[in-house]
Design a protein around this ligand. Structure first.
Ligand code: CP
Ligand code: NVA
Length: 316
């Protein structure tokens, strides 16, 4: 693929709300574009695929990686990104999502939104005439998982047939990983304390997606059982953004789900360790594992940049 020229127009104009909305070959294409953009960036080859275009970024929750990756990514693609804080825009004072979508569509070429309710993203996309990119909701985190799949591909050479064990809360990242694994044919086990399983509807929809790829998607309670035969161990915070009040209570229930050296040794030799970050070191993951030789968490972080560039370059 010669990206110094252009990317295909086949996904142009599409929203990016979940990997579930994309066909397997479309997901494969986004990953391919991401890896190619990474190569061009590393070699210092300019790739101004979005010259003259502007992305608006609405953040109702904090962010380090997502914000920086979109902003820097847009710059590297020759475009411009605007940070729209809810404290400053009229959405925060009660202007409707619909009106915000209609106005922003007149000035921008794409909108990225990170918010609480998934329905807010759907509402924004319903009224916007430009692509809407989901930068995380309480339900899903699709831009994360594109970067994650790129990372697995780089470290393991392939995706299909591998096994990913997600240890911890059945949260937004776990949900999107179910969709991602289902599309690419990667087996996934979620090991979580009873009461913290992933959303049943997401699991069901991911299992439907998995019928064509052959991926097996399982939920169980025992982390030791979960990591058996795993090529990738993945974890995330026990209390997500918006759940700060539940953190102490959750900590007691999740203690047995820490990704530490002993648990890592129960996985396949050479298994890689992933975490979307930010991490609570010493809680869901130990320093030893996070800073150890099997950890790829900072490659994973970097790949958000290349992944977001790919998502923007193909949709905007
Ligand atoms: N992983 C991730 O989305 O990080 P930020 O919250 O820092 O954007
Ligand atoms: N599950 C975490 C992911 C942060 C990137 C959260 O929603 O806070």
């Amino acid at each position: 693929m010669d990206l110094s020229m252009q990317v295909s127009d086949k996904l142009r104009g599409r929203d990016f709300i979940s990997i579930h909305d994309y066909q397997a070959d479309e997901v494969a294409y986004i990953l391919e574009v991401g890896l190619e953009l990474k190569r061009l960036q590393k070699q210092g080859i300019p790739h101004p695929l979005l010259a003259g275009k502007t992305l608006g970024m609405i953040f109702q929750k904090s962010s380090t990686r997502t914000r920086v990756a979109f902003e820097v990514g847009m710059y590297q693609l020759g475009g411009h990104a605007l940070f729209l804080s809810p404290k400053d825009i009229q959405l925060g004072r009660g202007e409707t999502v619909k009106d915000t979508a209609l106005v922003l569509s007149r000035m921008l070429d794409g909108i990225m939104i990170r918010t609480f309710a998934h329905d807010e993203v759907l509402e924004l996309a319903r009224w916007a005439s430009i692509p809407v990119i989901n930068g995380l909701t309480d339900l899903l985190h699709p831009t994360q998982v594109i970067g994650d799949l790129m990372t697995v591909k780089e470290h393991k050479g392939a995706l299909k047939g591998l096994k990913l064990a997600f240890i911890g809360d059945g949260n937004n990242v776990a949900h999107e990983l179910l969709y991602g694994c289902a599309k690419v044919g990667m087996d996934m086990v979620i090991a979580c304390p009873p009461g913290f399983e992933p959303d049943q509807q997401v699991l069901q929809m991911a299992r439907q997606d998995a019928q064509s790829s052959g991926a097996r998607l399982e939920v169980l309670a025992d982390p030791w059982e979960g990591v058996k035969g795993a090529d990738i161990i993945y974890t995330d915070v026990w209390a997500s953004m918006g759940q700060e009040g539940e953190a102490d209570e959750k900590e007691k229930k999740f203690r047995a789900y820490q990704v530490n050296q002993a648990l890592l040794e129960a996985a396949n030799p050479g298994a890689i360790v992933m975490h979307c970050l930010p991490a609570k070191r010493g809680k869901e993951i130990t320093d030893q594992v996070m800073d150890g030789p099997q950890s790829v968490v900072f490659d994973e972080s970097e790949n958000r940049l290349h992944a977001h560039k790919a998502i923007m370059a193909v949709t905007m």
